[in-house]
Design a protein around this ligand. Structure first.
Ligand code: NAP
Length: 311
């Protein structure tokens, strides 16, 4: 079995209590056509700060929104997944980026019949920023959700739901658009979204798949106009060619990013394919993931070839 090594990792070079000033250099919609969601690719120049050149694809950075909480304290830092490759959106490690979705919801107190609009503070602040605006940032954070230092030793299955696609933009870029040429690894990206109009960076991923025979872009729609609802785990189980072969190979690294709870379906499918112990550390020998309750599944941990980032 080939276990990944991650090489040098820098973390918390800039602490949230002493953030540095970055400048927005891009804010563009990630969705094409009309969608009920608003997702923007926001790129921030951190050149001249200690953050420049320190981050890697898959890590996160912090944003400190302006203003104070209702207790009069500065707002706490919010973490965003970096969607840039390690060399940054600028090719020099100076521009980090993220995939930011506006959080808009309705809120009501339990037992009350009143209701209010709830607008996520930091995601809307970030999406509102214009090119040239300053923003306080910290980071980088994260030590395991990374590409290995010898990428060609492995093949890749990246599974995302919604904005969980963010780190995979940078990783796929790093594997296929590397300045030394594309890596030969087999790369699968599986993305699950509610509607076809919610697919992020869709044109770019589609064109990349047309250009590279070793890159496969799989889109999974949970609320199709016609046909069956589908989640990423169901798609992988039923798409036996190539997933049963790829997940059965000891070269493969599995990355899961997105909505909390998505990992459970994937853990179960790994068991169904007979490879659970390749990717997972099970708390009890012989544990049946198909029938295990939520508390038991929480005790399942990813093994060396499985990287999970969900919240
Ligand atoms: P979204 O657009 O609502 O898409 C999520 C998709 O996942 C929908 O198609 C949804 O289907 C489906 N889904 C729901 N439960 C699932 C399950 N148990 N298994 C598989 N698929 C499932 O997503 P979003 O609003 O961008 O939210 C993405 C989430 O990812 C957020 O919670 C965000 O915090 C998290 N995220 C985490 C990281 C990280 O950890 N680094 C980075 C970025 C985003 P239906 O809605 O039709 O049921």
């Amino acid at each position: 079995m080939s276990e990944p090594e991650f090489g040098d990792i820098q973390m918390h070079v800039v602490r949230p209590k002493e953030p540095v000033v970055g400048r927005v250099v891009e804010s563009t919609p990630c969705l094409k056509g009309r969608s009920a969601s608003f997702v923007r690719h926001v790129a921030i120049d951190v050149s001249g700060t200690p953050l420049a050149g320190t981050f890697r694809a898959g890590q996160s950075f912090g944003v400190i929104p302006p203003g104070e909480t209702d207790k009069g304290k500065p707002h706490p830092v919010r973490l965003y997944s970096i969607s840039a490759p390690t060399w940054g959106d600028d090719g020099e490690g100076n521009v980090l980026s993220t995939t930011c979705k506006r959080l808009i919801d309705e809120f009501s107190e339990e037992g009350s019949d009143t209701h209010d609009l709830f607008v996520g503070l930091c995601s809307n602040y970030l999406c509102d920023l214009k090119v040239g605006d300053e923003v306080l940032v910290s980071g980088p954070a994260g030590k395991r959700f990374l590409l290995p230092s010898e990428p060609e030793k492995h093949d890749y299955v990246f599974v995302a739901t919604g904005t969980g696609i963010a780190p995979f933009r940078g990783m796929v870029m790093e594997l296929l658009e590397h300045p030394d040429g594309p890596r030969k690894s087999e790369v699968h990206l599986v993305i699950g979204v509610p509607y076809g109009t919610d697919l992020m960076y869709d044109t770019w991923f589609t064109e990349l798949a047309e250009k590279h025979d070793n890159f496969h872009y799989h889109t999974v729609i949970s609320r199709p106009e016609v046909g069956r609802r589908m989640y990423v785990d169901q798609y992988i189980v039923q798409t036996s060619d190539p997933f049963h072969r790829v997940l059965g190979s000891d070269r493969t690294l599995l990355y899961i990013c997105g909505i909390e709870g998505m990992q459970i379906g994937i853990y179960r499918l790994l068991q169904e394919l007979g490879v659970a112990e390749e990717y997972l550390k099970l708390p009890d020998e012989g544990l049946d993931l198909a029938t295990a309750d939520a508390a038991t599944i929480k005790r399942v941990k990813p093994a060396a070839r499985c990287m999970v980032e969900v919240y």
